[in-house]
Ligand binder design. Structure first.
Ligand SMILES: [Zn+2]
Length: 76
């Protein structure tokens, strides 16, 4: 059935936003135990955050995305 939108929660204000209107940002987060030994555990995870338009504006998400896009195009 058409017209049924998937809603996501804004990571900032918690408001529900239709997914096609939400601004998503992929963020790499690394975890480490910082023990500097062979047992040191490190892993890297990519998390996806969704923001509503007003939070995205407020937090400069559009600028971040623009910078990410520029970086990606240079990587070629
Ligand atoms: Zn929001």
């Amino acid at each position: 059935m058409r017209g049924k939108e998937i809603m996501v929660n804004c990571s900032s204000c918690g408001r529900k936003v239709p997914r096609n209107k939400a601004v998503s940002l992929e963020k790499g987060v690394s975890f480490s135990t910082d023990m500097h030994t062979a047992n040191d555990v490190r892993f890297f995870e990519k998390i996806k955050l969704n923001y509503c338009i007003s939070c995205a504006k407020h937090r400069g998400i559009f600028e971040i995305k623009k910078r990410q896009a520029e970086r990606n195009s240079k990587r070629m």
